[in-house]
Design a binder for this molecule. Structure first.
Ligand code: HEM
Length: 569
């Protein structure tokens, strides 16, 4: 999963750009108690102090000269208005962007959902590197592969942190490494644990378990094709619970898979950038009480429910691993390995629990969204489905399941997988990064504490890079690994295909086993309103379609393998 690149290491997936320098320390308008904004709390504190002195030590105040107080008040007044005057303005040297309104900056235009759409409009109007102001905070949006490479890869040690969020901290207790800064012990310990126990060869050892799960998946589709959406979710969650906790989810209802997705949905709502008051910009908001009747501070019960649902699941799963280890019934899963090496890794029990949470979210939810998009692409592009099936029939035939080694002999299917990633990227604006120092890029100044988004959607849909970017066309990847049009400088492009074994096997299996067609429900399309809004992940909404097995031979193979595997782990 991790590709070694000289001194730097990059996660195998195009999105995993938190480039890590080995020796270095390393969603969402998040906590913004920066140098600049601390002036408001400071000012507020001075006013509170004056008020207190006035109430309790008025005898003292009365002895101070009226002139002195008047001068002090004037200084505060001037300071406050000078601050207000510069707030929301685009400083010199920043990249261009939409016009700002004094004080609020671009807050009124900032998207509350599907940020990639507005970011892309802005990029096409103001340029590939733009700045957006929210009060004093600078947000940089990169719709330029070269700039992404230069800033997020090349200067990863200065751009690898995450924006702080009071709301997210309240739910995660600072234990969710994917949203933590690179210098925190949590991030470093988690990173080491992932690195030590999730190498490609260690993951390969899990493949037989994954295969069992994929046969279960095909059998589910065979018996209840109308529930394809849920089958995908159950399968991806079950693969991850098996890999991490040595426990399968045999059915959806009442299983850990269902609880996982309930928690993931709540967490997406928590991390939705536009859904909550800007507590990180104006800290007194955190003291507003929850009043249901008036709709005040609704984020408080949301955080509590999210925390309860997720903590209960992950603490229980961890306890099950601990119990097995204690009673000598270990099954050889990832968390057992971490527990066995807890001292060497220097991890606390809470950190191990948090690591499981991150990996479940990262592995199950993203893969489910990808597979749902893949099925939608087969519905929307029957021609691509036909070509892919012709290819798999010529390489695999109908007498056996596809195996991993087949993938490299299936160039069209590989291109199809890549085109699905391009057409509907799962994280259209990635996850936000934060600069820890001032940096420069292509003549622009990017100040310390800026939030950086990489506009993956904008890049993949840009007519300068792709011919007919709004047309689904796997063929674009057949002659060019980046799918770009002729003459494009591709040095900033990474291969967009995360070659996870699971995704390869699942896509091949689906094409091998079934024919997919639109049904009368009108669902299963990729219009923007067919996707769920909250959070930064682009998740297809539930859909149905017509699914028919390709022939009796394949049906029998699925049934026999399913019975043979039984409930094995
Ligand atoms: C379709 C599949 C996937 C997509 C689209 C995806 C996307 C992403 C994105 C956008 C990030 C943030 C990267 C950044 O800001 O630099 C991320 C981080 C991460 N992903 Fe993935 N991911 C996928 C699969 C997986 C899988 C299968 C795993 C492991 C089981 C995984 C583990 C992680 C971890 C641990 C992080 C946090 C890294 C960090 O913050 O330093 N991901 N992923």
């Amino acid at each position: 999963m991790i590709i070694q690149k000289g001194k730097e290491e990059t996660h195998w997936c195009v999105y995993h750009v938190r480039t890590l320098r080995i020796e270095s320390s390393t969603h969402l308008i998040m906590e913004n108690i920066t140098d600049e904004t601390t002036s408001y709390p400071a000012l507020f504190s001075v006013l509170v102090l004056l008020n207190y002195l006035n109430k309790n030590y008025s005898f003292l105040i009365s002895t101070l000269s009226v002139k002195f107080l008047a001068a002090g008040a004037s200084i505060l007044f001037i300071y406050f208005f000078a601050k207000l005057w510069t707030t929301g303005r685009r400083e010199q040297g920043l990249p261009p962007g939409p016009p700002v309104t004094p004080v609020v900056g671009n807050a009124l235009q900032f998207p509350t959902g599907f940020p990639h759409i507005r970011f892309t409009e802005w990029a096409y109007t103001y340029g590939p590197i733009i700045s957006v102001k929210i009060l004093n905070r600078t947000i940089i949006v990169l719709t330029d592969p070269e700039a992404v490479k230069a800033i997020l890869d090349g200067q990863g040690a200065l751009t690898g942190n995450r924006p702080r969020s009071y709301i997210i901290q309240r739910v995660t207790d600072g234990l969710y490494m994917a949203l933590e800064d690179m210098h925190t012990p949590v991030w470093k310990h988690n990173r080491k644990a992932i690195h030590s126990f999730m190498s490609p060869s260690q993951l390969e050892a899990y493949l037989p378990k994954q295969r069992v799960e994929y046969v279960h998946f095909l059998h589910d589709i065979l018996t209840q094709p109308q529930d394809i959406y849920t089958h995908i979710r159950r399968t991806t969650a079950s693969v991850m619970t098996t890999l991490l906790y040595g426990k399968r989810c045999f059915q959806w209802s009442g299983s850990d898979a269902e609880i996982f997705y309930e928690g993931a949905k709540l967490f997406n709502n928590v991390t939705d950038p536009g859904a909550h008051p800007p507590i990180d910009l104006f800290w007194p908001l955190k003291y507003v009480p929850y009043v249901e009747r008036w709709g005040w501070a609704k984020w408080k019960p949301l955080c509590d429910t999210t925390k309860n649902v997720r903590d209960a699941l992950y603490i229980r799963l961890l306890e099950e691993c601990e119990e097995r280890l204690k009673s000598g019934r270990a099954v050889g899963c990832y968390i057992e390995a971490i527990l066995n090496n807890q001292a060497d890794l220097g991890m606390t029990r809470d950190e191990i629990c948090g690591l499981g949470t991150v990996l479940m979210d990262a592995g199950a939810d993203t893969t489910a969204s990808y597979l749902q998009n893949f099925v939608i692409s087969l519905l929307q592009s029957p021609e691509s489905q036909r070509k892919a099936q012709k290819e798999i029939d010529s390489v695999v035939g109908g007498d056996r399941f596809p195996v991993l080694a087949d993938f490299k002999r299936l160039p069209y299917i590989k291109a199809l997988v890549k085109e699905v990633f391009r057409f509907r990227p799962i994280f259209p604006v990635g996850l936000p990064h934060v600069t820890t120092e001032d940096i420069a890029c292509k003549g622009h100044h990017i100040p310390r504490d800026s939030i950086i988004f990489m506009n993956i959607w904008g890049i993949y849909h840009h007519p300068d890079y792709f011919d007919e970017p709004e047309t689904f066309k796997p063929e674009r990847y057949l002659n060019n690994p980046h799918g770009t049009k002729k003459g494009v400088n591709t040095t900033g492009f990474r291969d967009n295909l995360p070659f996870g074994a699971g995704r390869m096997l699942n896509t091949m299996n689906l094409l091998w086993a079934f024919n997919f067609a639109k049904d009368k429900s009108g669902t299963g399309n990729w219009d923007i309103d067919a996707y769920a809004g909250p959070g930064l992940e682009l998740t297809p909404l539930p859909f149905t379609c017509t699914i028919t097995p390709r022939d009796e031979k394949r049906v029998n193979l699925i049934k026999q393998s399913f019975e043979y595997n039984g409930e094995s782990i």
